[in-house]
Design a protein around this ligand. Structure first.
Ligand SMILES: C[S@@+](CC[C@H](N)C(=O)[O-])C[C@H]1O[C@@H](n2cnc3c(N)ncnc32)[C@H](O)[C@@H]1O
Length: 284
């Protein structure tokens, strides 16, 4: 009976169902989703384990459970994702921000001493997570995020508002650097870099829920780099820096695309798994 369904029992049942569905972190997912339904931080759930769910909460929990069991990511169900200590709204139009992408933010923050009030361009901004994380920690910086998808641009603008960063962040719909006339000190991008033929190997959480425009970089995964790097050459200040997130093993190919466009490699930045995840380059 729904009346007897306590927070504790709901978590136990969802954990078992998620385990049976082959999810990697069944208990964590169950705690987040039950917490989301009853509007309690996961850390408070244990203390309220005996509280009986209302009928409305039970319906919500069952709906969330069914969606997660079909591998819909937790962030897509709750509508937000933690990234670089901030909470970002996500939608079906945006990539669900990845922890690996914090490597790009970290790399940018390491060059702070070299710029006073930098102008930053974020290409393929999605939820706006890279640009807004940088602006949050770097009060003198300002910038623009560009995305081809108007739905993503709307979410990024809303994130800027919610985080109190809208005065220093603008967002526009566009095709990489096309139509931009300003010069930027720092250009950052996490472009789509999955090769088309790798689509079948992606986890269902990614393949079925991230927008294809955010994932796929043509036959070899390099199409977005080939298309965006030449445009950045005309928009980057002479002492500027370009930071590109890359997929595992793409370093040599993207470095050679950079060289073809007269960018010199400054550094390779590794993610927490030790994989080269971000290339830092400067106009040569
Ligand atoms: C891998 S996602 C990155 C999103 C976000 N920056 C992040 O790190 O979570 C790539 C983004 O590039 C955008 N995109 C794809 N092609 C584009 C183009 N030609 N011009 C601008 N943005 C594009 C997609 O819509 C998507 O939001």
């Amino acid at each position: 009976m729904a009346q007897d369904w306590t927070i504790g029992r709901a978590i136990t049942e969802l954990t078992a169902a998620f385990g049976a569905a082959g999810l990697d972190t069944p208990r964590l997912d169950a705690r987040i989703l039950v917490g989301h339904a009853v509007k309690l931080e996961p850390s408070l759930l244990f203390a309220r384990a005996e509280r009986v769910l209302t009928d409305e909460e039970s319906v919500l929990v069952r709906g969330f459970a069914a969606r997660r069991a079909r591998h819909e990511p937790v962030a897509r169900i709750t509508g937000h994702r933690g990234f670089w200590s901030l909470e970002f709204l996500v939608s079906p139009e945006t990539l669900d921000p990845r922890a690996d992408t914090e490597t790009v933010v970290d790399a940018v923050m390491k060059c702070r001493a070299q710029y006073t009030s930098p102008r930053i361009l974020d290409l393929g901004t999605g939820s706006g997570c890279i640009l807004l994380a940088i602006l949050n920690d770097w009060r003198e910086a300002s910038g623009i995020g560009v995305d081809l998808n108007p739905g993503a641009v709307a979410v990024a603008a809303e994130n800027a508002e919610r985080l109190g960063l809208a005065a220093r962040a603008a967002f526009r719909v566009g095709d990489w650097c096309e139509g931009l006339t300003e010069m930027f000190d720092l250009i950052v991008s996490n472009p789509p870099y999955v090769a088309a033929h790798e689509g079948d190997q992606l986890a269902p959480d990614v393949r079925d829920f991230d927008p294809p425009l955010a994932l796929f970089g043509g036959d070899d995964g390099l199409a977005a780099y080939a298309s965006l790097i030449p445009g950045t050459r005309g928009r980057i200040a002479p002492n500027g820096r370009l930071f590109l997130e890359i997929g595992a093993g793409q370093g040599p190919d993207v470095t050679s695309l950079l060289a073809k466009n007269r960018f010199g490699l400054v550094a390779e930045h590794r993610d927490l798994a030790g994989v080269v995840r971000c290339l830092e380059a400067r106009p040569g």
